[in-house]
Design a protein around this ligand. Structure first.
Ligand code: CMX
Ligand code: CO
Length: 142
């Protein structure tokens, strides 16, 4: 079951400049920053609100650290902007299995490491109304 919008992933060329935009425009603060080598990104999570399942909703600002990473590729073809939408679930394996039963392709056979030690998978944008969709199990649910 999906219980919340976990985050909106936004591709940017300059993480510091993007953070500064969200700070001055809406007053959003950086909640967490990390480098995810496997995904090829330097990222910042800006916490927007808490949710009644104990999770939260964030903006995830993503700057590529490698030319062959998905974010670098996306910036080249689409420019800066919304890259993916992420839904939160208590069980990413079960949710991925349920969704793939409906004919939607998951990108990974097993969940991978996401922000804050979360577990993530992605659903192919061509199967999801043109939107790259991420499924996230936060560590609070483990
Ligand atoms: N949203 C919507 N459509 C997208 C897309 C996106 N983010 N990225 C690519 N596409 C579309 C392209 O427009 C293209 O469509 P057309 O065939 O109509 O031109 C098609 O998908 C294939 O595009 P591509 O450039 O060949 O892209 P790839 O197949 O190389 O990669 C994808 C696409 C989704 C498989 C790849 O980006 C991926 O593996 N993503 C998952 C990992 C990821 O995004 N990590 C970064 C975020 C990490 C995090 O959130 O923590
Ligand atoms: Co994400």
């Amino acid at each position: 079951m999906i219980t919340r919008v976990d985050h909106i992933g936004i591709a940017c060329r300059d993480l510091a400049a993007s953070i500064a935009f969200y700070q001055r425009t809406y007053g959003f603060e950086v909640f967490h920053q990390e480098v995810n080598e496997q995904q090829g990104v330097r990222e910042a999570m800006l916490r927007i609100n808490g949710t009644d399942d104990g999770g939260a909703t964030y903006l995830q600002l993503l700057e590529p650290i490698r030319e062959d990473s998905p974010i670098a590729k996306f910036l080249e073809s689409h420019g800066e902007g919304v890259h993916h939408v992420a839904f939160g679930t208590a069980d990413v394996r079960a949710e991925t299995a349920a969704v793939t039963e409906t004919g939607v392709r998951a990108l990974y056979p097993e969940p991978r490491h996401g922000t804050f030690g979360s577990q993530i998978n992605f659903l192919h944008p061509k199967d999801c109304q043109g939107i790259l969709t991420e499924l996230v199990q936060s560590p609070v649910h483990e």
